[in-house]
Ligand binder design. Structure first.
Ligand code: IVH
Length: 696
C-alpha cells in the first residue's frame, strides 16, 4: 500500500506537522489527512505504528479543531468523519447490488475431491487453480464504494436485502473511508467481508460484562453480529471490531478496460490489500489440484487455536474469474466455491440437573450438569447458565436434550434445548428462593439479572472471596488451591482473608496430604504474596466492578490505600475507567467498618497498603512537570533520580511524546534521546541541570 519512499516521506511530514502544531503554526489539511490515514493504516492494518498515541491525538485534534472552526473544510473521507454523533433510530433495509449467496458446505476430504471432480468435468480442465483462505467466523457485511468513497455498508440480512449500517461500519478502523479504486479503472464496487472480534477483545468485552454481573456473550460471532446492530455508534467503536474483506461481488468500469488484477480472485485480494483493506492476503494460498488444497486446509485446522480470531473452516475458490463465470451457480450456491468446515465444536447432550452456585459477591449462578460430551477434544459435563433469565429464554427443562457449543477458548454454553424431542418426563427448573448455602432469602434488585444472597458472612461467599484473593491474577499464592481453602475453612483453620496469614501450621502439619515440603512451600508462597504491589491487593479484595485495570488506576491514585476512606464519589469519578457505578461501589467498600478492620489487620500482618512506586504527587519544585530518565547518569542511580523527581512533585512518563517536559539524559542514551530531539517542546537536560532544578 505504501512504498518505502512514501513511508519515509509520510513519517517525515508527521514529525514536521507535530512540530508545527506544537508551535501553533498552520498546516495543510489535505496533507494532514493523508498523514492521519497513513498512521491509521500502520496501526490497524499493519499492527506496526510509527508514532505514539498522544502524537496521533495531537494531529487528529488539530484537524478536528480546524474543521470545527470552518465546517466547509470538512471532506467526506476526512478521518474525523468516522465519529458519529447521536443515535441510530432504526436500520433501513437496502438491496444488495448482487445477492449474497451462502456457500455449499463440505465436511471431509471426500466431499472436496468430489467437488473438484465436478469442477474439472464442467470446465474440461485437467487441473484447476484454487485460492484457499480461512472461513472467518463473524458477521458478513457488504460495502459499496463509489468514486473512491465508502458510500454504504450493509448486513447480509436475507441475502437479497440487508440493513444499512454505514455509520457503524465506519467505526471499524480497518475499513478505509476512501480507497483509490479509480486507479484500477473502477467507478462503483461492491465488496464482501466478515466483521469479527479477536479472541482477545472478545474476552476483554466479556470480562467487562462479568464485572457487572451480566451474562457473557456466547461467542465472538454473536458478539460481532450484535455489535453491528447497536444503535450508539460510540458503543460500536468501543468494541474494537475488525473486518476482513475477501470478495468482490460487483464492479463498474466506465472506460471498459478491466485491470488484470481483477481477473483472478487472488488478484482482487491483492488489489484490496493495496488499497488499504485487511484482505486475507497472508492467509490465502493459490494452489493447483485438490490434494494440495486438502493439505493446506489440514495445516490451517491444526493451527486454528493459535490464531488471534475464530475461523470455522476454509473456503476454496476457483481462482480465475472467467472460470468462475463459466461454472455459474445453482439456485443456492456458487459452483466455483465451497466451504470446508472444521470439526464441529458443538455436540448434543442431556441436561441432567441444575446446581446453584454462590459467587463471592453473593450472586447465584445456575450451572447445568449434563451428560459428558466430547467437543473439539474436551469433555464437557458442566455448563454455566448465568442467570434465571437465560433458563427462561432458552426454555430449558431438566431431562431436555440440549445443543452445546464450545468455541475456541470460550467457555462452553448451551445453544438451545431440543424441545421437539421431549417425551413429557422433563421437569421445570425451580429457581431457589433462599441461598442454597446459608438459607438467607435471595433478592434480585430491579435493574439486575441476578439473584443475590446478601449475607456478607455466608460461608460460600467467604470461601469464594478467599479463593479470589489467592488467585493467579490477584495475590498469586501458589499451592493454595480451591480444595485446600475449602478444607481449611471446614476445619476452622481459615475464616477470612487475614486468616491466610495466620494459618495454624502446627495443626496442619501431620494432616494427611501435608508433608513437610508442601507446608514449607505453602508458607513461602504466602509470605511472598505480602510483597505484591498495591494494585494486585486492590484487585484481590474483590470490590464489585473493580477489575484489574480499575485496580491499577486506583493504586495509581494514592500513596496509601486508606486514602480512599476520605475520597468522595465525585473525586473518584474523575479517574480513568471509573464511572458512577464503580465509584459508588468503591465508596461503599471503604465505608464499611468490617472492610476497614480487615485492611488494618492485613497491614498489621505485613501486607503493603502503601504505593511504593508512585508516591502521591508531592508538592515541590517540579510540580506539574513530566520527566523521563534515560541512559546512565554520572552520579545518581536511575531509580534514585526518579524518586527525587517524584518527591518534588514531578510525574514520570514511560515514553517520549509531546506530553513530556524534560528528558534527563545520561551516557549511552539511545532512541528516546533521538525521538526527543524531534519534538520541540521536550527539554533535554543533564543530571547536573536536573539537580539545579531541584535547587541542589
Ligand atoms: S466467499 C459467493 N470467503 O461464509 C461467495 N465467504 O456460507 C461469497 N465467509 O456468508 C462468500 N469467510 O459470511 C467467502 N473467506 C471467505 C469467507 C466467507 C467467511 C462467510 C460469509 C458467507 C458464508 C458462506
Amino acid at each position: 500500500m505504501y512504498s518505502a519512499d512514501q513511508t519515509r516521506e509520510l513519517e517525515k511530514s508527521s514529525l514536521d506537522m507535530l512540530k508545527k502544531t506544537a508551535a501553533g503554526k498552520a498546516i495543510d489539511l489535505k496533507a494532514l489527512r493523508a498523514v492521519l490515514r497513513f498512521h491509521e493504516y500502520r496501526y490497524y492494518i499493519m499492527n506496526d505504528p510509527l508514532i505514539a498515541d498522544p502524537e496521533y491525538d495531537q494531529l487528529y485534534k488539530y484537524l478536528e479543531s480546524k474543521e470545527a472552526e470552518d465546517p466547509a473544510l470538512i471532506t467526506r473521507d476526512s478521518p474525523t468523519q468516522r465519529v458519529a454523533r447521536g443515535l441510530t433510530k432504526e436500520f433501513f433495509s437496502v438491496q444488495h447490488l448482487v445477492p449474497m449467496l451462502s456457500l455449499e458446505n463440505s465436511y471431509n476430504q471426500e466431499d472436496l475431491i468430489d467437488w473438484d471432480r465436478k469442477a474439472r468435468e464442467l470446465t474440461g480442465l485437467k487441473e484447476v487453480e484454487y485460492c484457499v483462505e480461512p472461513k472467518f467466523d463473524g458477521a458478513s457485511i457488504s460495502l459499496i464504494y463509489e468514486d473512491d468513497l465508502l458510500v454504504r455498508g450493509a448486513t447480509r440480512g436475507t441475502g437479497v436485502e440487508g440493513d444499512e449500517i454505514t455509520t457503524n461500519i465506519k467505526q471499524i478502523r480497518s475499513v478505509p473511508l476512501a480507497a483509490r479504486f479509480s486507479d484500477y479503472g473502477v467507478q462503483q464496487i461492491e465488496i464482501r467481508g466478515e466483521v469479527l472480534l479477536t479472541k482477545e477483545n472478545f474476552k476483554k468485552y466479556n470480562d467487562g460484562l462479568a464485572l457487572q454481573n451480566l451474562p457473557p456473550l456466547a461467542n465472538p460471532r454473536n458478539a460481532a453480529a450484535g455489535s453491528l446492530r447497536i444503535k450508539d455508534p460510540r458503543e460500536v467503536s468501543k468494541r474494537n471490531l475488525e473486518a476482513f474483506l475477501y470478495h468482490v461481488s460487483y464492479f463498474s468500469h466506465p472506460d471498459g478496460k478491466v485491470d488484470k488484477m481483477l481477473l483472478t480472485h487472488s488478484g482482487s485480494l491483492e488489489m484490496l490489500w493495496q488499497l488499504g483493506f485487511r484482505s486475507p492476503i497472508k492467509e490465502k494460498k493459490v494452489l493447483k489440484g485438490i490434494d494440495s488444497v486438502i493439505k493446506y486446509c489440514n495445516e490451517f485446522e491444526e493451527g486454528r487455536d493459535a490464531l488471534p480470531y475464530e475461523i470455522d473452516g476454509m473456503v476454496i475458490k476457483v481462482n480465475e474469474i472467467l472460470l468462475q463465470d463459466r461454472l455459474g451457480m445453482t439456485s443456492h450456491h456458487p459452483r466455483w466455491a465451497i466451504a470446508y468446515k472444521f470439526k464441529a465444536r458443538q455436540g448434543t447432550s442431556k441436561l441432567v440437573d441444575v446446581e446453584f452456585q454462590v459467587g463471592r459477591t453473593g450472586s447465584i449462578t445456575p450451572v447445568a450438569k449434563i451428560e459428558p460430551v466430547h467437543i473439539g477434544g474436551v469433555t464437557v459435563s458442566s455448563v454455566s447458565l448465568f442467570n434465571e433469565d437465560v433458563i427462561r429464554e432458552k426454555d430449558l427443562m431438566i431431562g431436555d436434550s440440549v445443543l452445546v457449543e464450545r468455541a475456541g477458548d470460550v467457555i462452553p454454553y448451551i445453544v438451545k434445548s431440543l424441545a421437539d424431542v421431549r417425551n413429557g418426563n422433563e421437569k421445570k427448573i425451580d429457581f431457589p428462593t433462599n441461598c442454597p448455602v446459608c438459607k438467607t432469602k435471595l433478592e434480585r434488585p430491579l435493574e439486575e439479572a441476578v439473584w443475590r444472597c446478601n449475607n456478607f458472612n455466608c460461608p460460600a461467599q467467604v470461601v469464594e472471596r478467599i479463593i479470589h484473593f489467592t488467585s493467579k491474577d490477584a495475590m498469586d499464592i501458589r499451592g493454595f488451591g480451591e480444595a485446600i481453602i475449602k478444607k481449611f475453612y471446614d476445619l476452622g483453620f481459615l475464616n477470612d482473608i487475614p486468616g491466610i496469614y495466620q494459618l495454624p501450621f502446627e495443626r496442619i502439619r501431620g494432616m494427611e496430604g501435608f508433608g513437610e515440603k508442601s507446608i514449607i512451600n505453602l508458607q513461602k508462597s504466602i509470605e511472598a504474596s505480602q510483597g505484591q504491589p498495591l494494585h494486585r491487593l486492590i484487585f484481590a479484595l474483590g470490590i464489585r466492578y473493580v477489575g484489574e485495570t480499575t485496580a491499577k488506576t486506583l493504586a495509581h491514585g494514592v500513596s496509601h490505600l486508606s486514602e480512599y476512606r476520605d475520597k468522595t464519589i465525585d473525586e473518584m469519578k474523575g479517574m480513568d475507567d471509573v464511572g458512577v457505578k464503580v465509584a459508588a461501589s468503591i465508596y461503599q467498600f471503604f465505608h464499611n467498618d468490617e472492610n476497614i478492620a480487615m485492611l488494618e489487620e492485613l497491614e498489621r500482618l505485613g501486607l503493603k497498603l502503601q504505593n511504593d512506586k508512585k508516591q502521591k504527587l508531592a508538592d515541590g519544585a517540579l510540580t506539574g512537570k513530566t520527566f523521563l530518565f534515560t541512559g546512565t547518569l554520572p552520579t545518581l542511580k536511575r531509580s534514585d533520580a526518579e524518586g527525587m523527581a517524584e518527591a518534588n512533585g514531578a510525574k514520570l512518563l514511560s515514553g517520549v511524546s509531546s506530553k513530556l517536559d524534560y528528558l534527563v539524559v545520561g551516557e549511552d542514551a539511545g532512541s528516546k534521546l533521538e525521538k526527543a530531539k524531534k519534538i520541540n517542546s521536550v527539554k533535554i537536560i543533564s543530571e547536573e541541570e536536573f539537580l539545579k532544578l531541584l535547587g541542589k
